[in-house]
Design a binder for this molecule. Structure first.
Ligand code: ADP
Ligand code: TRP
Length: 321
């Protein structure tokens, strides 16, 4: 079973990305043929700063590798290292009705927010379809907001297959209902676009500062507090097992515990959780050539599959003559 997903390096990765995507990908390595990549061309639709995109790409790679992505067990690469994906995007564009893209919520939401409606933003789902179909993926784990893009991918694949025969595997989106949306500092979905994140691999001072910014209500220290309505609890619980969550819940309900105290504990917990990976991440970032080599090897592995798909596609559509 082939599982594929990608992540955009358009900002620092945060706890939402870790619990919502990275952790699952890293676990999948043990039980599936995992394909995981850094979608840097997709990130261009929101990031127009070459230095930041390049830096974000290396950092995202280092974060994944430090947290346990193993290039021996999986195929891990950067999207732009396989230009074949752009070739496939063009082919698929010819099987993509305008109406299909016009219905995409993600596009409509971004335009409604004031992002310029250019062709890249509009064609974003076609590039994503090429990412998925190129590697004959069976399962595509994504957040709820990306489900429609996987449906678009299936639609495009069906249209192509109907005309040219069974070339593409139809992917299934996998939406993990258990991975509830990780809330940000203000209780909305944690997202780089809301500026409410707790980022991965911050230094102690910066981490502490982000955690202290978590929004809480004005309940006095002595009073009982409602854990289900507390942003600190909602983030803290990601790091706790069931028993530990219940114990913390009891402390909330008993009163006598202030938000400053629980934030301090959360800070120590996050620090301790990432500490074992921090040194590895530092070593990786100190050897950027090493990261580039690892990614280049990943791209070679991915290319092996991409060549096969493109060989078939090109023959079918008639651009091999
Ligand atoms: P952002 O919202 O910060 O731009 P992305 O949309 O790039 O993040 O998300 C990349 C991946 O991380 C997706 O698979 C998405 O589902 C996951 N993810 C992002 N934020 C969260 C969150 N708050 N809770 C759970 N998963 C998240
Ligand atoms: N659009 C996805 C996101 O923002 C990232 C992505 C690009 C992706 N290509 C993909 C995810 C292919 C799954 C499969 O989260």
């Amino acid at each position: 079973m082939r599982v594929l997903s990608g992540i955009q390096p358009s900002g620092s990765l945060h706890l939402g990305n870790y619990f919502g995507m990275m952790k699952k990908m890293i676990e999948y390595q043990e039980r599936a043929d995992l394909f995981c990549f850094i979608a840097n061309y997709h990130a261009m639709t929101s990031l127009r700063n070459g230095k930041m995109l390049a830096q974000g790409t290396l950092e995202a790679a280092a974060n994944f590798l430090a947290m346990g992505m193993d290039p021996e067990k999986s195929t891990f690469w950067v999207q732009s290292d396989l230009p074949e994906v752009q070739e496939l995007t063009w082919v698929l564009s010819n099987f993509t009705p305008m109406g299909l893209l016009e219905r995409c919520h993600s596009y409509k939401d971004k335009v409604a927010k004031g992002i310029a409606a250019n062709h890249g933003l509009f064609a974003y789902p076609v590039l994503m379809s090429a990412d998925i179909l190129m590697f004959q993926s069976n399962i595509v784990p994504v957040g709820k907001d990306q489900k429609q893009h996987v449906e678009v991918t299936r639609d495009i694949a069906i249209r192509f297959n109907n005309e040219y025969g069974e070339v593409f595997t139809l992917p299934e989106p996998e939406i993990d209902e258990e991975v509830a949306t990780v809330p940000g500092l203000d209780g909305q979905k944690m997202s780089k676009s809301y500026g409410n994140t707790i980022d991965l691999f911050l230094d102690d001072k910066a981490l502490r500062k982000q955690i202290m910014r978590i929004v809480t209500d004005a309940t006095p220290v002595a009073e009982p507090k409602d854990p289900d309505r507390c942003n600190v609890f909602q983030i803290y619980r990601l790091f706790l097992d069931k028993e530990q969550q219940d114990a913390l819940r009891r402390r909330y309900l008993a009163g006598g515990m202030g938000y400053a105290e629980v934030k301090e504990e959360l800070y120590e917990t996050v620090r301790a959780f990432f500490a074992p990976f921090t040194e590895r991440r530092r070593e990786l970032m100190a050897d950027r050539e090493g990261i580039r080599r690892t990614l280049a090897q990943g791209a070679e592995k991915a290319r092996y599959v991409a060549r096969k798909t493109m060989g078939k596609v090109k023959k079918k559509v008639g651009v091999i003559y």
